[in-house]
Unconditional design. Structure first.
Length: 493
């Protein structure tokens, strides 16, 4: 029964960039009205045009965002409880499920909001299959899976978080009591097998599964300390975050094939960044990927990624005016072709000999004349290399081809520069280039390594060293090296 079906469209959706579906694009979803304090996106539709979530002012309303149309309130079931959230949607966004007040809801584009056609009373509907045939959620008897016009199953779990494309797997958790306290662990429910418990060695580290691949073999789990996922027969697979030894990194959703993961990673300066991972590219900020594709997010920071479409191209999440302030939903598209060859930027710069006299690591991200400067601090001789700087990154993986690029200049003539890369097989530095340094003129050094040169460790760590020294016995006091750009370009086989 529809008690209330209010439909409100946002009065000021913010559209920063839009191009046709085959290209990259980015949208801020805006708010329903000027009094809104917050909008959040929870799930994205597989067709890439719709995301669903909630919007807050004095109430919390389930909303649907449509590319090109803006934010829309889905209304609520009961005037006495005007609050709720949209938690899942059909492949084209024409049907949305979630919670409204004390009940689960099933919103349809042609009919509005109602309680689902379910044999009982649901307190929450947490997800729906892309074709709209199966829903999962919570009810007074327990967690349920219901196939419309067919089978109702009560699941031996305590919450269903997500369902795969054909409804055969449910990402969930179970609760248990231990030493007088309540705890939970991740469970994957299978239509054929019932509950599939995770590896006992992983149980303490997995408190719930948030998403599941089409074949049920890969699951994401939040509330961890590292960017990682669970794989059938393997257990926990740890992935490099944005920085070494980072904490509070979470993978929360994945594509149907399990090859694209999205989530959140901690930033060094505080706050978080929405990230995307593939085996080919490693872990990258979604904002950086969009920028590399010519799509600007302006002064808006993408702090959380909450879902990705089945094909791994459309992502939704939440962000704000800084890495630590999150109050508005967003939606973007990144073509899968952009998730192959990519550039990993340094996340650690360490002078071995010499000191940093100007700039910082960010000056090495792109060739824009914003340089990081290193000085020797001593009067060198021909045989010494008083400027030695180590660069490292953790965003690459071992693949068929590795290119290393560095753009730099020196402040004096008569200087020699060499470049070493760390060979993880030999466990040693290997010199890969040596040439005269150019005075006050940027020189781009581009080095390419075919298959067989493995300068990338299995966990994504890469290292490079720059050495600068006089190229003759003549002393060169006060010389400097100025680095404008450093990148590892990784190409899959």
């Amino acid at each position: 029964m529809i008690l209330s079906a209010i439909c409100v469209t946002a009065v000021f959706p913010v559209h920063l960039h839009f191009t046709p579906q085959e290209n990259a694009w980015f949208y801020r979803v805006g708010f329903l009205n000027l009094s809104e304090e917050k909008s959040e996106m929870n799930r994205v539709a597989n067709d890439g045009h719709v995301a669903v979530g909630e919007s807050r002012d004095f109430t919390i309303l389930p909303v649907r965002y449509v590319v090109g149309s803006g934010l829309q309130s889905l209304g609520y079931l009961d005037d006495d409880f005007p609050h709720g959230s949209a938690l899942g949607c059909r492949h084209d966004g024409s049907e949305v499920v979630g919670v409204s007040g004390l009940h689960g809801f099933h919103w349809k584009q042609d009919f509005g909001m109602a309680e689902p056609d379910y044999p009982g009373s649901s307190s929450e509907v947490t997800d729906i299959t892309p074709d709209g045939s199966v829903i999962v959620g919570e009810s007074s008897p327990g967690t349920f899976r219901y196939e419309f016009g067919g089978e109702l199953s009560l699941l031996d779990i305590h919450r269903a978080w997500s369902i795969n494309g054909d409804g055969s797997y449910v990402a969930a958790h179970r609760s248990f009591q231990e030493n007088g306290s309540s705890n939970q662990y991740a469970v994957l429910w299978s239509y054929d097998l019932g509950n599939v418990l995770v590896d006992e060695r992983s149980k303490d580290q997995l408190d719930r599964f948030s998403d599941v691949s089409a074949d049920g073999s890969i699951c994401t789990f939040p509330n961890s300390t590292q960017f990682q996922y669970w794989k059938e027969g393997v257990g926990i697979v740890e992935l490099p975050g944005l920085y070494q030894n980072s904490s509070s990194d979470n993978a929360v959703a994945l594509s149907a094939d399990g090859e694209v993961l999205v989530g959140t990673c901690r930033e060094l300066g505080g706050g978080t960044a929405a990230v995307i991972w593939t085996a080919e590219t490693g872990t990258r900020r979604i904002r950086d990927v969009l920028t590399s594709l010519g799509v600007s997010t302006g002064n808006f920071f993408l702090n959380q990624a909450t879902d990705v479409s089945a094909d791994g191209t459309t992502i939704c999440g939440n962000g704000g005016g800084s890495p630590t302030f999150t109050n508005e939903g967003w939606m973007c598209r990144i073509p899968r072709t952009a998730l192959s060859t990519y550039s990993a930027r340094p996340n650690y710069v360490k002078p071995i000999f010499g000191t940093i006299t100007a700039g910082d690591r960010r000056g090495t991200f792109k060739p824009d004349d914003d340089r990081e400067e290193f000085a020797s601090g001593v009067t060198p001789t021909f045989n010494s290399a008083p400027i030695t700087v180590e660069f490292s990154a953790t965003q690459a993986r071992t693949y068929g081809k590795l290119d290393f690029e560095i753009e730099l200049q020196a402040n004096k003539v008569g200087l020699q520069q060499s470049i070493d890369l760390w060979d993880w097989d030999l466990n040693n530095w290997v010199q890969v280039d040596s040439r005269a340094a150019k005075k006050d003129q940027d020189q781009l050094v581009s080095l390419s390594f075919p298959t067989g040169h493995f300068y990338v460790r299995y966990d994504g760590r890469v290292k490079a060293r720059l050495r600068v020294k006089p190229n003759s016995p003549q002393s060169q006091p006060g010389f400097k090296a100025k680095v404008d750009y450093v990148a590892w370009k990784v190409t899959p086989p």
